[in-house]
Design a protein around this ligand. Structure first.
Ligand code: TYD
Length: 210
Protein backbone atom coordinates (compact mmCIF):
# COMPACT_ATOMS: atom_id res chain seq x y z
CA UNK A 1 0.00 0.00 0.00
CA UNK A 2 1.45 3.37 -1.00
CA UNK A 3 -0.17 5.45 1.73
CA UNK A 4 0.12 5.52 5.47
CA UNK A 5 -2.64 4.45 7.82
CA UNK A 6 -2.72 6.05 11.28
CA UNK A 7 -5.40 5.33 13.87
CA UNK A 8 -5.96 7.39 17.00
CA UNK A 9 -7.42 5.71 20.05
CA UNK A 10 -8.29 6.63 23.62
CA UNK A 11 -11.04 6.60 26.22
CA UNK A 12 -13.65 9.37 26.26
CA UNK A 13 -12.08 12.63 27.42
CA UNK A 14 -8.55 11.66 26.39
CA UNK A 15 -8.18 14.72 24.12
CA UNK A 16 -8.25 12.86 20.81
CA UNK A 17 -9.97 15.59 18.82
CA UNK A 18 -7.49 18.30 19.82
CA UNK A 19 -4.53 16.11 18.98
CA UNK A 20 -5.98 15.00 15.66
CA UNK A 21 -6.42 18.63 14.67
CA UNK A 22 -2.82 19.47 15.61
CA UNK A 23 -1.49 16.50 13.66
CA UNK A 24 -3.52 17.50 10.61
CA UNK A 25 -2.18 21.06 10.81
CA UNK A 26 1.36 19.71 10.87
CA UNK A 27 0.78 17.43 7.86
CA UNK A 28 -0.92 20.18 5.89
CA UNK A 29 1.87 22.66 6.59
CA UNK A 30 4.37 20.12 5.32
CA UNK A 31 2.39 19.42 2.15
CA UNK A 32 1.42 15.83 2.88
CA UNK A 33 -1.88 14.65 1.43
CA UNK A 34 -3.89 13.63 4.46
CA UNK A 35 -7.50 12.67 4.99
CA UNK A 36 -9.32 12.49 8.32
CA UNK A 37 -12.09 10.01 8.90
CA UNK A 38 -13.82 8.49 11.90
CA UNK A 39 -15.45 5.34 13.21
CA UNK A 40 -18.16 4.38 13.37
CA UNK A 41 -18.79 6.34 10.17
CA UNK A 42 -16.93 7.64 7.13
CA UNK A 43 -19.32 6.53 4.36
CA UNK A 44 -23.06 6.96 3.88
CA UNK A 45 -23.77 3.33 4.80
CA UNK A 46 -21.37 3.41 7.75
CA UNK A 47 -22.94 6.63 9.07
CA UNK A 48 -26.39 5.04 8.78
CA UNK A 49 -25.15 2.08 10.84
CA UNK A 50 -23.60 4.54 13.32
CA UNK A 51 -27.03 6.14 13.82
CA UNK A 52 -28.52 2.74 14.67
CA UNK A 53 -25.72 1.90 17.12
CA UNK A 54 -25.84 5.22 18.96
CA UNK A 55 -29.66 5.65 18.95
CA UNK A 56 -31.14 5.66 22.48
CA UNK A 57 -34.29 4.07 20.99
CA UNK A 58 -32.46 0.75 20.83
CA UNK A 59 -31.47 0.26 24.46
CA UNK A 60 -32.21 -3.49 24.22
CA UNK A 61 -29.44 -4.03 21.64
CA UNK A 62 -27.38 -7.09 22.59
CA UNK A 63 -23.62 -6.79 23.01
CA UNK A 64 -22.97 -9.12 20.08
CA UNK A 65 -25.34 -7.18 17.80
CA UNK A 66 -23.46 -4.03 18.73
CA UNK A 67 -20.09 -5.65 17.99
CA UNK A 68 -21.28 -6.93 14.60
CA UNK A 69 -22.76 -3.55 13.66
CA UNK A 70 -19.47 -1.81 14.45
CA UNK A 71 -17.73 -4.41 12.29
CA UNK A 72 -20.29 -4.00 9.47
CA UNK A 73 -19.82 -0.25 9.51
CA UNK A 74 -16.05 -0.77 9.40
CA UNK A 75 -16.20 -3.28 6.51
CA UNK A 76 -17.90 -0.68 4.32
CA UNK A 77 -15.56 2.07 5.49
CA UNK A 78 -12.43 0.05 4.64
CA UNK A 79 -13.66 -1.18 1.27
CA UNK A 80 -15.25 2.02 -0.02
CA UNK A 81 -13.06 4.70 1.51
CA UNK A 82 -9.87 3.81 3.42
CA UNK A 83 -8.31 1.28 1.02
CA UNK A 84 -8.76 3.36 -2.15
CA UNK A 85 -7.25 6.39 -0.37
CA UNK A 86 -4.25 4.37 0.79
CA UNK A 87 -3.78 2.95 -2.70
CA UNK A 88 -3.59 6.51 -4.02
CA UNK A 89 -0.85 7.31 -1.51
CA UNK A 90 -2.75 9.36 1.05
CA UNK A 91 -2.05 9.54 4.74
CA UNK A 92 -5.31 8.38 6.31
CA UNK A 93 -5.97 9.38 9.91
CA UNK A 94 -8.77 7.40 11.46
CA UNK A 95 -10.40 8.55 14.69
CA UNK A 96 -10.87 5.07 16.27
CA UNK A 97 -10.51 1.73 14.44
CA UNK A 98 -10.50 -2.00 15.35
CA UNK A 99 -8.85 -1.38 18.74
CA UNK A 100 -11.97 0.52 19.87
CA UNK A 101 -14.06 -2.58 19.23
CA UNK A 102 -11.53 -4.86 20.91
CA UNK A 103 -11.47 -2.63 23.99
CA UNK A 104 -15.14 -1.50 24.27
CA UNK A 105 -16.90 -4.66 23.07
CA UNK A 106 -14.22 -7.29 23.69
CA UNK A 107 -12.76 -6.15 26.98
CA UNK A 108 -15.19 -3.75 28.67
CA UNK A 109 -18.43 -5.49 27.58
CA UNK A 110 -16.77 -8.87 28.02
CA UNK A 111 -17.20 -10.51 24.60
CA UNK A 112 -13.51 -11.39 24.62
CA UNK A 113 -10.52 -9.92 22.85
CA UNK A 114 -9.99 -12.82 20.43
CA UNK A 115 -13.69 -12.98 19.45
CA UNK A 116 -13.66 -9.31 18.43
CA UNK A 117 -10.28 -9.62 16.72
CA UNK A 118 -11.63 -12.51 14.64
CA UNK A 119 -14.82 -10.73 13.57
CA UNK A 120 -12.75 -7.72 12.55
CA UNK A 121 -10.24 -9.73 10.55
CA UNK A 122 -13.12 -10.53 8.21
CA UNK A 123 -14.47 -6.97 8.30
CA UNK A 124 -11.14 -5.35 7.40
CA UNK A 125 -9.75 -8.21 5.29
CA UNK A 126 -6.71 -7.94 7.53
CA UNK A 127 -6.00 -4.22 7.04
CA UNK A 128 -4.14 -2.85 10.06
CA UNK A 129 -2.91 0.65 10.86
CA UNK A 130 0.81 1.30 10.26
CA UNK A 131 0.70 2.97 13.63
CA UNK A 132 -1.84 3.53 16.37
CA UNK A 133 -1.54 6.49 18.70
CA UNK A 134 -3.08 5.68 22.06
CA UNK A 135 -3.87 8.60 24.35
CA UNK A 136 -3.65 6.94 27.71
CA UNK A 137 -5.78 8.53 30.40
CA UNK A 138 -7.08 7.11 33.66
CA UNK A 139 -10.84 6.83 33.93
CA UNK A 140 -11.40 9.42 36.68
CA UNK A 141 -9.41 12.04 34.83
CA UNK A 142 -11.23 11.34 31.55
CA UNK A 143 -14.67 11.65 33.14
CA UNK A 144 -13.65 14.75 35.06
CA UNK A 145 -12.61 16.41 31.83
CA UNK A 146 -16.01 15.65 30.33
CA UNK A 147 -18.06 16.74 33.33
CA UNK A 148 -16.97 19.87 35.10
CA UNK A 149 -15.45 18.54 38.30
CA UNK A 150 -18.57 17.98 40.37
CA UNK A 151 -19.34 14.87 42.37
CA UNK A 152 -20.41 11.93 40.21
CA UNK A 153 -23.96 10.56 40.60
CA UNK A 154 -24.87 6.85 40.70
CA UNK A 155 -25.16 6.44 36.95
CA UNK A 156 -21.96 8.27 36.34
CA UNK A 157 -20.25 6.03 38.88
CA UNK A 158 -21.44 2.99 36.95
CA UNK A 159 -20.05 4.63 33.90
CA UNK A 160 -16.82 5.13 35.79
CA UNK A 161 -16.49 1.34 36.23
CA UNK A 162 -16.97 0.91 32.49
CA UNK A 163 -14.47 3.66 31.72
CA UNK A 164 -11.95 2.05 34.06
CA UNK A 165 -12.24 -1.15 32.07
CA UNK A 166 -11.80 0.79 28.84
CA UNK A 167 -8.58 2.40 30.08
CA UNK A 168 -7.34 -0.96 31.38
CA UNK A 169 -8.24 -2.67 28.10
CA UNK A 170 -6.28 -0.12 26.08
CA UNK A 171 -3.22 -0.65 28.29
CA UNK A 172 -3.45 -4.40 27.91
CA UNK A 173 -3.77 -4.09 24.15
CA UNK A 174 -0.76 -1.77 23.94
CA UNK A 175 1.27 -4.39 25.82
CA UNK A 176 0.13 -7.03 23.32
CA UNK A 177 1.15 -4.94 20.29
CA UNK A 178 4.04 -2.72 21.42
CA UNK A 179 5.38 -2.27 17.89
CA UNK A 180 2.17 -0.94 16.44
CA UNK A 181 0.64 0.91 19.38
CA UNK A 182 2.44 4.01 20.61
CA UNK A 183 1.10 4.79 24.08
CA UNK A 184 1.25 8.42 25.13
CA UNK A 185 0.50 9.75 28.61
CA UNK A 186 -2.55 11.96 28.02
CA UNK A 187 -2.14 13.83 31.31
CA UNK A 188 0.83 15.73 29.82
CA UNK A 189 0.38 19.19 28.30
CA UNK A 190 -1.34 19.50 24.91
CA UNK A 191 1.93 20.72 23.42
CA UNK A 192 4.06 17.87 24.81
CA UNK A 193 1.59 15.28 23.58
CA UNK A 194 1.42 16.88 20.15
CA UNK A 195 5.23 16.95 19.87
CA UNK A 196 5.39 13.28 20.75
CA UNK A 197 2.75 12.36 18.17
CA UNK A 198 4.38 14.45 15.45
CA UNK A 199 7.85 13.03 16.04
CA UNK A 200 6.43 9.49 15.91
CA UNK A 201 4.63 10.20 12.63
CA UNK A 202 7.69 11.95 11.16
CA UNK A 203 9.79 8.89 11.91
CA UNK A 204 7.23 6.66 10.26
CA UNK A 205 7.11 8.85 7.15
CA UNK A 206 10.92 8.76 6.96
CA UNK A 207 11.02 4.98 7.31
CA UNK A 208 8.31 4.46 4.72
CA UNK A 209 9.41 6.89 2.02
CA UNK A 210 13.19 7.07 2.35
P1 TYD B 1 -18.29 9.26 19.43
O1 TYD B 1 -19.37 10.23 19.67
O2 TYD B 1 -17.65 9.22 18.08
O3 TYD B 1 -17.20 9.39 20.60
P2 TYD B 1 -15.67 9.82 20.63
O4 TYD B 1 -15.66 11.28 20.39
O5 TYD B 1 -15.27 9.41 22.02
O6 TYD B 1 -14.93 9.02 19.58
O7 TYD B 1 -18.90 7.85 19.79
C1 TYD B 1 -18.26 6.72 19.56
C2 TYD B 1 -18.50 5.79 20.73
O8 TYD B 1 -18.52 4.47 20.25
C3 TYD B 1 -17.38 5.88 21.77
O9 TYD B 1 -17.91 5.85 23.08
C4 TYD B 1 -16.60 4.62 21.55
C5 TYD B 1 -17.59 3.68 20.97
N1 TYD B 1 -17.04 2.68 20.03
C6 TYD B 1 -17.15 1.34 20.34
O10 TYD B 1 -17.69 0.98 21.41
N2 TYD B 1 -16.67 0.41 19.47
C7 TYD B 1 -16.09 0.76 18.28
O11 TYD B 1 -15.67 -0.13 17.49
C8 TYD B 1 -15.97 2.15 17.96
C9 TYD B 1 -15.35 2.57 16.68
C10 TYD B 1 -16.46 3.07 18.87
Amino acid sequence: MKGLFISIEGADGSGKSTQIELLRNYLEKNNYKSVLTREPGGTIISEAIRNIILDKKYMEMSDMTEALLYAASRAQHVEEYIKPLLEKGNIVICDRFVDSSVVYQGYARGLGISCIENINKYATKGLEPDITILLDINAEEGIKRKKNQRELDRLELQKLEFHKKVSEGYRELSNMYPNRIKRIDASKSVEDISNEIISTVKQLINDKYK
